[in-house]
Write a protein that binds this ligand. Sequence first.
Ligand code: ADP
Ligand code: NI
Length: 203
Amino acid sequence: MIDQQVLDAAEGYVREYFASDASGHDAHHTLRVMRLARRLAGDEGADEAVVCLAALLHDVDDAKLSPNTAEGLDNACDFLREHGVGETDAQAVLTAIREVSFSKNGGKAPSSVESACVRDADRLDAIGAIGVARAFAYGGSHDRSLHDPDGTDAQTTTAHFHDKLLLLKDMMCTRAGRRIAERRDAVTREFLREFLAEWDGAR
Ligand code: ADP
Ligand code: NI
């Protein structure tokens, strides 16, 4: 059993951990993923505390932010040990964190319903209005162009929509995730349609 005190401590930990990050992996991303994952957990009958704790800790060992701890999930492990989380719950949390990654687990189904909730929530935060905003924030911070009508520059932000964001709807693992993804995907596509029409001077 994971009590509320541990979840509150995890929230405090991530707020501090991400305090200086502006790359799209900030504390607010983590907190949105936690709220959405909790909603999915309610729908799926998953263990909400495991889902919330995994969501809160899902990026603290991200390879881009913390390359030295990514392999062993050292930061998450330390947190779980320091807060006395029992072995079974700790393993469930670590499994869910390992199974979140888009690049590492693209093809594989999550091994638990808790994993599925966290993975769907993380992916859902990359689409819809928030996802569009995050993509352009990422593009800006990496000096990328908004768009290249010739398609010569494969590194533009609109290219990322086709490479990744528009594929996410069909990669949901929970029922509620699929429903939410339908709406967010429609918002993403509508944005792209407007963007391209404005680009061409048609609107
Ligand atoms: P994940 O949480 O799956 O590891 P990433 O670290 O790949 O996600 O990306 C974090 C955010 O930055 C996401 O919203 C993603 O869409 C956005 N992003 C990643 N790569 C690009 C890119 N090449 N262009 C625009 N946005 C990107
Ligand atoms: Ni994430």
